[in-house]
Design a protein around this ligand. Structure first.
Ligand code: A2P
Length: 287
């Protein structure tokens, strides 16, 4: 019965969420579950982040392009959770390539923070890896304005280009990811390089009404969304489901009181069929 309590987002679940993190190549710990905030604006963004912090999330994902950094910062301040206990990511819009310092300073002003935990290039500027931009991120990290730096929507070859030109790989690559987009070769390519894969749009990109998913959920007494998010955890992939709904924010975090069997993980892996999803990187990012 303790599991049922946990799955409703009880007190022990809160402790569990905060504890669950992965280690980045540098040794920094990153909570494996975060709240996505794309399209959350104004008071609804503040409420969503407050709710997330209340039910135990310690990781919030925002971006300059989302226009809600001020609300994220306000919620962290209002929550009473110490700033240093929350892992906050923001992102450089590619249109600001060349204005990296001013952009990060604007983000920090809006957030009301002295540093961000992770700063990403939101997607490859004009589809190019741009090692020169990556170099600026590394410089600003060295100044202490970002604890970790990384990229989003990059292909594996683009990661390699950054390393070839600068000698440094991103700590994280945030890409769209779900059972329907699963590609083992991409996951393994990130693992081999020591680049943490962070998945966005974990729920939107999969059919939550799929009968097979429904059966697995029923077997565990959880929802299909919780199964999908737990699948990310089993693969040690950071997941950042978005929600502005208080109940769903709690539901999405209540995924540490059950485990999927290896056979269930394999069934979900097969949702993508055999097609390679991330062969190139010229798709438009959705967030
Ligand atoms: P809402 O904000 O009303 O909860 P993704 O993170 O994959 O991009 O998905 C975000 C979308 O999925 C949002 O529209 C969000 O709506 C919805 N959503 C979030 N959590 C759940 C859930 N547990 N079950 C069903 N839909 C969800």
């Amino acid at each position: 019965m303790e599991r049922d309590l946990d799955n409703r987002g009880g007190v022990s679940e809160q402790r569990l969420i905060a504890d669950k993190s992965i280690e980045l190549a540098s040794g920094t710990r990153m909570p494996i579950l975060g709240l996505g905030t794309w399209q959350a604006r104004g008071r609804s963004a503040v409420s969503a982040v407050l709710r997330a912090l209340e039910v135990g999330y310690r990781h919030i994902d925002t971006a300059t392009a989302y226009g809600n950094e001020a609300q994220v910062g306000q919620a962290v301040a209002e929550s009473g959770v110490p700033r240093e206990d929350v892992f906050v990511t923001t992102k450089l819009p590619p249109s600001r390539a060349g204005r990296e310092r001013a952009t990060l300073e604007d983000s920090l002003d809006a957030l009301g923070f002295g540093y961000v935990d992770l700063w990403l290039i939101h997607w490859p500027p004009s589809g190019r890896a741009r090692p020169d931009v990556w170099e600026r991120l590394l410089e600003l990290q060295a100044e202490g304005l970002a604890r970790e730096v990384g990229v989003s929507n990059y292909g594996v070859r683009q990661l390699d280009e950054l390393e070839r030109e600068t000698g440094r790989l991103p700590a994280v690559n945030q890409i769209e990811w779900s059972p329907a987009l699963f590609d083992r070769s991409v996951l393994e390519a990130h693992r081999r390089r020591g680049v943490q894969l962070e998945g966005y749009s974990p729920l939107k990109t999969v059919n939550l009404r799929d009968p097979q998913l429904g059966r697995i959920a029923e077997d565990h007494g959880v929802t299909p969304a919780q199964v999908v998010l737990r699948w990310h955890i089993e693969h040690r992939i950071v997941a950042i489901p978005k929600s502005t709904n208080a109940e769903r924010i709690a539901e999405n975090a209540a995924i540490f009181g059950f485990e999927l069997t290896p056979s269930e993980v394999e069934q979900l892996d097969r949702f993508a069929g055999n097609r390679p999803v991330y062969v190139t990187n010229d798709r438009s990012p959705r967030s």
